[in-house]
Design a protein around this ligand. Structure first.
Ligand code: 13P
Ligand code: SF4
Length: 339
C-alpha cells in the first residue's frame, strides 16, 4: 500500500514494504534528516540499493554528500584520497561517484576499463576551473626544472601536465617526497600556503581558491570561541591562513573526522562544508556540533534521484581522452605510491 511521497521528475511510492526495508537506515539518521523528508528519500534508497546489486555497482561518496546519500546508499565514504584509493581496489564493474567531477575523473583514471558514472556532469569545483593545461605549461616555461605538484581538485588535462598529484590529506608528504628546494603547487593558494608553512620547501603557487572555504574568516572563528566556552575548532586546509591560525587542528575531511573520533571534544566547530557535521553527528550523537558552515553548490547537485537514474541508464559515464588519461594516470599513481 502506498503511504505518501512523490518525487520531482518521476515519483516512487513510499510503500509499507519500502518503509520496512529502509527502517534501519531511518533509525540511524533520523536526527539529521527531517522525518517529513523520509517518504521522498526511502523509495529512492530502496531502488538504488536494488539497482547496485543488479548492476554489480558500488557508490563512492565524498564526506560532503548529504546524510541520505552518505548513510543511505554509499558503499565507501571518505576524503578525496580514500576515494581514489578505494576506487583503485574495487572489483565492482560500475562505480557511481557521489561527489564532484574531478573525483569521478580520478576514479576513471585508476579504472580505465570500468564504467564510472557521474550523476550530474555539472558538479564542478572552483579550484578545478581555476586552471588549464596551458597554464601549467606556461608555468613550467617560467620556472624550468621546478617540479609541479597538482592538487587532485583539477581536471585530467591539468593532471596530465604535472609530475605528481596530492590531496589535502597528503600534500605535505607528497611535496617533501620530491626532495626539491622549490616546488610549483597548484591550484589552491591557501593549501599552498599551508604546505609552505609546514615544510622547508619553497612554494610557487597559483591563485585558485575553494569558493566554500575561502568565505570563512579568522574573526568569525574568534567570535564563535567567545560565544562557546571550551569550543574545539578544526579546519580544512583550503581555508585562509587566519582561519587555520585560529583552529586547534587542521586536516583533510577524513583527518577532521578521525580527530573528532579520537579526541571526542564536548563541543566542536568543523570549519568546512555543512554535511560534514551532519554525517559525523550520526556516529557521535553525544558531541555538540556548532554549525556555522558553507554549502558546496557543486556537491549538492548530487541527489538520490540522479544516482538512481545513473544506475538505471548507466549514464552519464565519464570518458577521457586516452592520451591525456595515460599521462594523468601516472601523476595519480605516483601519489598513491607515496601514500
Ligand atoms: P578532502 O575530502 O580530500 O579533504 O577534500 C575536500 C574537498 O574540498 C573536496 O572537494
Ligand atoms: Fe571544490 Fe570547494 Fe566544493 Fe570541494 S568544497 S568541490 S574544493 S568548491
Amino acid at each position: 500500500m502506498a503511504i505518501a511521497g512523490t518525487q520531482e521528475g518521476g515519483s516512487l511510492p513510499f510503500t509499507e514494504e519500502v518503509a520496512e526495508r529502509t527502517a534501519a537506515i531511518f533509525e540511524r539518521i533520523r536526527t539529521v534528516v527531517p522525518p517529513l523528508e523520509w517518504p521522498l528519500h526511502a523509495p529512492e534508497i530502496d531502488a538504488i540499493n536494488r539497482l547496485k546489486a543488479e548492476r554489480n555497482a558500488i557508490v563512492l561518496a565524498h564526506n560532503y554528500q548529504t546524510p541520505e546519500i552518505f548513510h543511505g546508499v554509499a558503499d565507501i565514504t571518505g576524503d578525496s584520497l580514500a576515494l581514489a584509493r578505494r576506487a583503485a581496489e574495487t572489483d565492482a564493474e560500475v562505480i557511481v561517484l557521489a561527489g564532484v567531477h574531478f573525483m569521478a575523473e580520478t576514479a576513471k583514471l585508476v579504472n580505465p576499463e570500468k564504467t564510472v558514472l557521474m550523476p550530474d556532469m555539472d558538479a564542478g569545483c572552483s579550484l578545478a576551473s581555476s586552471i588549464t593545461g596551458q597554464d601549467v605549461r606556461d608555468l613550467r616555461k617560467a620556472h624550468p626544472g621546478v617540479p609541479v605538484v597538482t592538487y587532485v581538485n583539477t581536471s585530467a588535462e591539468v593532471k596530465a601536465e604535472c609530475d605528481i598529484c596530492c590531496t589535502s590529506g597528503n600534500a605535505i608528504k607528497v611535496v617533501e617526497s620530491l626532495k626539491a628546494p622549490r616546488v610549483i603547487f597548484l591550484p589552491d593558494t591557501y593549501l599552498a600556503t599551508h604546505v609552505a608553512r609546514n615544510s622547508d620547501v619553497e612554494i610557487i603557487d597559483w591563485q585558485g581558491r575553494c569558493e566554500v572555504h575561502e568565505r570563512f574568516t579568522g574573526a568569525e572563528i574568534e567570535g564563535f570561541r567567545e560565544g562557546h566556552d571550551g569550543l574545539t575548532v578544526i579546519a580544512h586546509p583550503e581555508c585562509p591562513p587566519d582561519v587555520l591560525d585560529a583552529a586547534d587542528f587542521v586536516g583533510s575531511t577524513a583527518g577532521m573526522i578521525d580527530y573528532v573520533r579520537r579526541e571526542r571534544p564536548a563541543q566542536v566547530l568543523m570549519v568546512t562544508e555543512c554535511s560534514m557535521s551532519d554525517n559525523v553527528a550520526v556516529e557521535l550523537p553525544e558531541i555538540d556540533f556548532v554549525r556555522p558552515c558553507n554549502l558546496c553548490p557543486h556537491m549538492k547537485r548530487i541527489t538520490l534521484p540522479k544516482i538512481r537514474r545513473a544506475l538505471e541508464t548507466l549514464s552519464p559515464a565519464v570518458e577521457l581522452d586516452p592520451a591525456v588519461a595515460a599521462r594523468a594516470r601516472v601523476a595519480v599513481e605516483r601519489m598513491l605510491a607515496v601514500g
